[in-house]
Write a new protein. Sequence first.
Lengths: 87, 477
Amino acid sequence: MTEPELVAKLVAVVSRVAGRERTPPDAGPDTPLTGGGFFLTSVGILEVIVACEAAFDIAFDSELDLSRETLATIGSLAGAIARKLAA
Amino acid sequence: MTSTSAVRPPAIQFAGRRWSSEEVGARAAAWAAHLTGALGPRPPLVATPLVNHPDSVALFFALCAGPAAALILSADPRSWATSPRIPAGTPLVLTPGQRDLAGPASAAGLAPVVLPDPAPAAATPRFAFPALVFLTSGTTGLPKPVVKTGEAFLHSARATAAMQEVPRGAGIIGALPLSVNYGFISTLVLATAVEGTLGLLERFDHRAALALFASRAYHYFSCTPFMADVLSRCPLPGPPPPAPPAVMSSAGQLPPAVFRAFVARFGVRPRVTYGSTEGNLVCALAPGDPEQLESVGRPAPGIEVRIGDDPRHPLPAGSTGRIWYSSPWYMRGYGFPGALEPREEVDGWFPTSDLGVLDGAGFLTLLGRSDECFKTAAGHLVNPAQVALTLRAHPAVLDVAVVPLATPAGTAVGVLVETEDELDAAALWTHAATCLPASAQPEAIAPVPVLPRFATGKIDRGACMALLREQTSLGAR
């Protein structure tokens, strides 16, 4: 999977959790998952993590893989997914 | 009830490290000694943002060594606005890791006290819970402080241990936030009461919870419907680990689909509890009770429940009405110590805003509320008036309806916004994110030119819920 393909798939996953009303029209790698982007709450972030595990067939280690920085934007989360897929 | 039991902190398992009871107690004792000088002459109230971290637990026990009542806050300064207001100048005690909250504390009129790194202390004293103040969803817009004795917490937790057959020394999983009354009592206080080990998670995370399950070291796991849902459907790399024998779900009722999925995956039936910030535990399903998806169980030992408009003349079994209960661990009142509102009660019976029905065997089923508050799948009681008040402050909002939104995982906060202009959705989401506490954040906001109303002009909440369901995509997973 190329990086743009991964990002596009991730945007679709996050958009499904956030709902279309909360999805910015130009969502991309720099879009924050929380304020100023998808406005996800902590519950929504957890939903995204579970949805990503299902969509990409991976299992995150919350301490090693999911820092505050990792969960900042679509791009940073895509990077974490790419590392899990490559491992 | 004037005497308070002397207790020791529980041992804590946190982020791969075990903190013994003695270690937590020694840290608490060192900080208690520091606070004796730092707080000055006997303040009546001391606040702390209680977070899921061993340092914060040690700080809580340090406050147990002093005479002041302890006000338990979250670490989110947006949630510090209360009615009545927290008295100006109230000390807010912070662990060294919470020093960033000193600025917001000063801005809120509190007096921040940042603790130093703890000096080694050999003493491992026993502690007595002070009077505790937790915040509950207010009926007039802002959270209300609720004052209970320390013994009320321990008494209620011991009743839970007896009812749920939690043995002495048991492991208790702490995945709920300690700053919330239910999270505090069903994790930290329960682990203290049974002299057990608290498996503390900084925040709920399904992988960490599953790892605690797999360790087989835990007997009791208290969760929200949302947590049970996530654990039931998250991908697993292998066979599911064994769940603790006592899995308790708050928020009154568990969606049947979530209950069935949890049982199918873990072979353990989650049991529902019913309680409140004012009264702690009221009812729960117990081991051996028949499977009932609708019921919240029978009254805990020491509790009695009645149904009707007047508890002195209760309705017979099978009748629907307002829920009242008598309780040995009910709150002392709303407000802060020294300035409490009188409790609403009738001959020792305390009212709730919940409607319910008792069956012939004494099992209680909840049937909604007499006010407009609702509980989300994450376990938070949301006051629509509070959310609406905040959102109406946005200049593009003419009026707003805040209603429960049914999603596959349970209830979320939904908002319909009446607006004349093209609504800048991002600006409104930003306004909500900035001004509302995390527990009250909407999951869906939809603009409409006119809110559905009755002929009287009052907002038709049922029609708003239907309209929001049509307009939002959150219903699908």
